[in-house]
Design a protein around this ligand. Sequence first.
Ligand SMILES: Cc1cc2nc3c(=O)[nH]c(=O)nc-3n(C[C@H](O)[C@H](O)[C@H](O)COP(=O)(O)OP(=O)(O)OC[C@H]3O[C@@H](n4cnc5c(N)ncnc54)[C@H](O)[C@@H]3O)c2cc1C
Length: 401
Amino acid sequence: MARLAQTAGLTDVQQEILKTVREFVDKEIIPVATELEHRDEYPQQIVDGLKELGLFGLMIPEEYGGLGESLLTYALCVEEIARGWMSVSGIINTHFIVAYMLKQHGTQEQKEHFLPRMALGEVRGAFSMSEPGLGSDVSAITSKAVKDGDEYVLNGQKMWLTNGGTSTLVAVLCRSDEGHPEGTAPHKSMTTFLVEKEPGFGEVRPGLTIPGKIDKMGYKGVDTTELIMDGLRIPANRVLGGQTGRGFYQMMDGVEVGRVNVAARGCGVAQRAFELGVSYAQQRHTFGKAIAQHQAIQFKLAEMATKVEAAHAMMVNAARKKDSGERNDLEAGMAKYLASEYCKEVVEDAFRIHGGYGFSKEYEIERLYREAPMLLIGEGTAEIQKMIIGRRLLEEYRVQG
Ligand SMILES: Cc1cc2nc3c(=O)[nH]c(=O)nc-3n(C[C@H](O)[C@H](O)[C@H](O)COP(=O)(O)OP(=O)(O)OC[C@H]3O[C@@H](n4cnc5c(N)ncnc54)[C@H](O)[C@@H]3O)c2cc1C
């Protein structure tokens, strides 16, 4: 029988990349992930290894020093990495979203300035829409940019920046009234600013403070922070694409590929939970036989494996749609919604199979149990995905007349 989550139609190059990443995950990530996670320690050695593999430049075009691979290749790599440790996939995800936004929307000068160093992992990206008062409702953003000569002055507070401390380039979404008078639709008066900064915490650039890490229930190791702008001056040539008022669309484009990435993470975490469950079920004995021989446990394994397969198929479909140049908001929304819900359920079942031991920090499933919920929230909650899916369905199935 084929192993779960296989992907048909991959090229030799894609297969080779995936094999390399899988070996790296098995050798360098899985053996240390749980220990590092319990210490909330940044996986510097793993990140250095990913740099060497060229993972930070996987989707950056070859002319800028990257590997020029597709979203599908990237998503399959993310799936493998998340199987090892979800936090590591978080480290490359925001970097990738920013590189993608630059590639799609940046000026030529911006691409040449950032992309070659991003491909090497020397410049590392974070992206910032959320604020303390909003996450789902992006149109309510209050951070503000005001033009002052050749610069913009930014003020406001941002929340939940993945890689907020370790990144050196943050794509920040602000409201910008210049050229967009009072009464302009909210999504037409937003601008993405490319904010360069030093890594670390405290005042990392005049007018820009990154307070310490937010203490989280899971998804540890990777830093998640706030960002405070107090008179932060950004030159006009660091407006993404050189034009104000385009920020909302640019961010939504980035989030669309981010959703495929979160779906891929859900697939990876669910696969790992299945692997742990199916292995434990064959080792633990009750009532004279391995628990895998009890039909109730076999049914659980069957349900888990079916969910792993279904989520993988939808994630691959969403990635291929985007790679074909078509709009994929429906497919990405469905994949993100299904993969994150299934991930939570598969992890829960693997946890139950472990009995009391699942509750012990000595067992890997305990870590997965704290990681899975983040996928229900990041890159848009389940409710937001359903709103996107519902709206698109009504467009497609509009009743005429
Ligand atoms: C670990 C972590 C990392 C993150 N990283 C980043 C990052 O790098 N960059 C970034 O910008 N953001 C990041 N986020 C923020 C994330 O995108 C938001 O948390 C998410 O979008 C939800 O927003 P919220 O937390 O404000 O919840 P809210 O928007 O306040 O929602 C609260 C609840 O209400 C529901 N709800 C909201 N509106 C509706 C509606 N219209 N109809 C029905 N239900 C609704 C939601 O589904 C949810 O259940 C991160 C979050 C976490 C936890």
